[in-house]
Design a binder for this molecule. Sequence first.
Ligand SMILES: [Zn+2]
Length: 120
Amino acid sequence: MPQMQTYHGKCHCGAVRFSVETDFASLGDCNCSRCRRLGWIMQSVPADRFALQTGEENLSLYHFNSEKIDHLFCKSCGIQSFARGTDGQGNELVMVNVNCLDDAPPVDRSTIKHWDGANF
Ligand SMILES: [Zn+2]
């Protein structure tokens, strides 16, 4: 497993740029109606380990189901590079789309946990 360190990511067009501090300890995918279509691999981090550097004004917000997660995607290129939400204790989390990171090690797909979001 990689060390805890800071990585950098962006949407496809580069309008939305961020950094995230993570060790990729809990990579996940999900089979809910949206994640299945999106095909992202996510890593949740406490909100204070994520920094949006540019592009807040270029984000469009999408809610569905319980509307507890802010699905944010770039208005220009349509790529969702992260989402914002809270855990069961109310702690703010950011779910990063690791496929949007530029300087991260290759994803070890054997470590991905599969969330059964379709039946959540
Ligand atoms: Zn973009």
